[in-house]
Design a protein. Structure first.
Length: 126
């Protein structure tokens, strides 16, 4: 599926993905694009964790993931992303490692570990 990027005005940059419009902005009226990239990591892991728990009938009330990023002070590039999965009270001990493995299956993380090739072109209508 293609994604189309549009410029609605000011510093806004929107992505149209199927029926959805994902708005970004650098002026504080919407998340900046990099925040959406970071959010895609945690939310993707979250989908896998939630699915794991639901498939097994495990409790999800209070389930959450805290994502921390450590950056290189010289390059400002993120060096480490840490996902802390906060399990509900009474979560079965036998599933703790398995829930980590489920988060590790996140498609966003998998793509970061094996990044795609990028091609950038210009197209001028004739």
């Amino acid at each position: 599926m293609d994604l189309k990027v549009k410029f609605p005005g000011n510093l806004g940059v929107d992505a149209e993905y199927g029926p959805f419009t994902i708005s970004t902005n650098q002026d504080g009226t919407a998340p900046p694009p990099f925040a959406l990239f970071l959010a895609s990591i945690g939310t993707c892991a979250g989908i896998y964790v939630l699915s794991f728990c639901r498939q097994r009938g495990l409790p999800t009330e209070g389930l959450e993931i805290t994502q921390k990023m450590d950056s290189d002070p010289l390059t400002h590039m993120i060096k480490t992303v840490t996902l802390d999965i906060h399990l509900p009270e009474g979560f079965p001990e036998k599933y703790k490692e398995a829930v980590i493995r489920s988060a590790d299956q996140c498609a966003v993380k998998q793509h970061m570990m094996n990044p795609p090739k990028f091609e950038i072109n210009t197209i001028i209508p004739s």
